[in-house]
Design a protein around this ligand. Structure first.
Ligand SMILES: Nc1nc2c(ncn2[C@@H]2O[C@H](COP(=O)(O)OP(=O)(O)O)[C@@H](O)[C@H]2O)c(=O)[nH]1
Ligand SMILES: [Mg+2]
Length: 565
């Protein structure tokens, strides 16, 4: 049988000659995988709050990973077996630093590492508790559709690197369209996938049976039909769930890890090969079909090219509309917070007044200093806690821009189908979220200087009450003003981030269109070369070998029902 390395080099060569740049991340991931055989990364994927981190803590038997972490710019955490507790942070610039286990949350969470200000690429943890699982490694991810995308390299490289995958979905909210799309995406990169229905303790046995039937019905007819499904709960009285997952999925993976590793590598190579073959078939069909068919396709693509300016405008308009509405949204959403802060400033300032028996100028100074500190402290905290809310437009943009790219690809696929009667392979588009740093809180207010000089003449005995009232009102106004300014600063930063996402989407769309244009530009003189490549790829043996082991999944990742219950 041809070695995986040999197949990969063949695929890389052809992809290179065809300039299929979008396949580069997959090619790099395969190289890396083949360079380090032996370990298998079990990646835990799924929405935010699906219970991924809780699950891994439960599996390790220790609360290592922070739970309830907002994923916006969080990073992946790798857990593996080691002789002693150890944790290290790997930074985007390639450096690494050892940290105490207790400090992990300072690097993986949005709250303590906003906008990934600390420039973290990943956190790696070694635990003796994981020795029984070696050579499996576990990867906690922050939630697809958001966090994996803060850094291009990490994002584009992540999915292709998946070894085995556990897709966590809350049992009480099972299998949305988003989950199905995720499963589909993951399936391209690994045959070893299982569905983990978390928080099973929230359901009765009857409800669990209903959920299982629902999930199986939704998966039927998809590539994931019949995939292993496990309920899970971190409640200690629900140990049977863990036992079943161990016996039916993790142990087989451990026992057959070398065969499974081979299967995973070959699955990725097959997937890569199919994508290249798809391009080649389109190229060949276009080069050999009657002129009319080819010309029809070229006309359609030329039309897409002419329309591209509109697509670009649409992208820009979309992000600008989102940006334009963001300030108003922030202000509306912050109104209750503003009222709370205004009540607090009034109450706390009233307490202060009781201590300040001062003439007017020093009173004004004390007031100003106190208010400055109050606003600085409270708004910095607010900007931190409200950060996910400020960044919401980025998530919305990511979802919509990805859909726009997908729609363009579908349109291109429809042209190919109409002209050549061929299906263009689906594509993954990743528009990364580049969440900005939080803006500094800007507290600035002027006070009439004449007031300060004349102030010494004002008899406080008579005017204390009206002056205090006026200072309270002024403080409430300053709360509103500073909050509005903070929202405006956020809106400005978010607008810039949105603009950058639109440009990314534009580049991806252009690449998609240009790749297809290149494919259909092949002349009849290219036909022998295209045929030769296709023959080369189709004769390559990349399909995984068949395993007779009782629990290993077959080529579709299905695990035969286990006798070990
Ligand atoms: N009742 C129950 N709650 C759970 C379970 N697993 C996780 N949770 C809760 O779900 C929330 C999100 O969990 P987390 O692990 O942070 O989710 P992640 O974002 O996917 O990593 C937390 O409040 C957990 O306490 C479970 O098995 N049962
Ligand atoms: Mg988590």
């Amino acid at each position: 049988m041809t070695s995986p390395n040999h197949i990969l080099e063949q695929l890389a060569r052809i992809a290179n000659e065809c300039r299929l740049t979008s396949l580069q991340p997959q090619i790099r991931a395969c190289r890396q995988l083949l360079a380090q055989p032996g370990t298998i990364e079990v990646v835990v994927l799924g929405r935010f709050k699906a219970g991924k981190s809780s699950f891994l803590n439960h599996l390790a038997g220790r609360a290592i990973l922070p739970v309830g972490v907002v994923p916006l710019t969080a990073v992946v955490t790798r857990l593996r077996a080691g002789p002693a507790d150890r944790a290290s942070v790997q930074f985007l610039d390639g450096t690494r630093r050892e940290i105490p286990l207790a400090e992990i949350s300072g690097y993986v969470g949005e709250q303590e590492n906003p906008g990934n200000r600390k420039q973290v690429a990943a956190v790696e943890v070694e635990l003796p508790e994981l020795l029984p699982f070696a050579p499996l490694q576990f990867v906690d991810t922050p939630g697809l559709g958001s966090a994996l995308r803060h850094n291009t390299e990490a994002a584009l490289n992540f999915l292709p690197h998946i070894g085995a995958a556990l897709v966590a979905i809350p049992a009480d909210a099972p299998l949305s369209e988003h989950d199905l799309a995720l499963l589909q995406e993951v399936r391209r990169h690994t045959p070893w996938i299982a569905l983990l229905l978390t928080r099973a303790d929230l359901l009765t046995e009857t409800q669990r049976a209903q959920v299982l039937a629902f999930v199986q019905q939704r998966l039927s007819g998809t590539q994931n039909d019949g995939m292993p499904v496990f309920f899970y709960s971190i409640r200690s009285d629900e140990a049977a769930f863990k036992a079943r997952l161990m016996n039916q999925w993790i142990r087989p993976l451990l026992q057959h890890h070398s065969a499974a590793g081979d299967q995973i590598a070959r699955h990725k190579l097959t997937s890569l090969r199919d994508q290249i073959l798809n391009y080649l078939h389109v190229a060949l069909a276009s080069a050999t079909r009657a002129d009319s068919a080819r010309n029809a396709l070229r006309d359609r693509l030329a039309e897409e090219r002419r329309q591209f300016e509109w697509f670009r405008t649409e992208l820009t308009l979309f992000v600008r509309t989102l940006a334009a509405g963001s300030l108003e949204n922030y202000l509306r959403q912050l109104r209750p917070v503003q009222r709370t802060l205004q009540h607090r400033v009034t109450r706390e300032l009233q307490e202060q007044f009781a201590h300040w028996h001062l003439r007017l100028p020093p009173l004004l100074d004390a007031w100003r200093q106190w208010l400055y500190e109050f606003l600085q402290r409270e708004l910095t905290e607010l900007s931190r806690t409200e950060r996910p809310r400020f960044c919401t437009p980025l998530q919305q943009a990511q979802a919509h821009l990805t859909r726009m790219l997908q729609a363009l690809h579908d349109r291109l696929a429809a042209h190919v189908r109409a002209a050549l009667d061929l299906a263009l392979a689906p594509r993954e588009f990743i528009v990364e979220v580049r969440a900005p740093e939080s803006p500094p809180v800007d507290v600035a207010y002027a006070f009439d200087p004449a007031f300060a000089t004349l102030g010494w003449l004002i008899p406080m005995r008579l005017f204390r009450r009206p002056i205090q009232r006026s200072l309270l009102a002024r403080a409430r106004y300053e709360v509103e003003k500073t909050l509005s300014r903070l929202a405006a600063d956020w809106a400005e930063r978010i607008a810039a981030a949105l603009e950058s996402m639109a440009r990314q989407a534009e580049a991806l769309a252009r690449e998609d269109l240009e790749t297809l244009e290149r494919m259909v530009s092949h002349a009849s003189s290219d036909v022998p070369r295209l045929r030769q490549w296709i023959a080369e790829l189709e004769s390559g043996e990349v399909s995984p070998p068949h395993h007779a082991s009782p629990n290993a999944p077959d080529a579709n990742g299905r695990v035969p029902p286990s006798k070990t219950r």
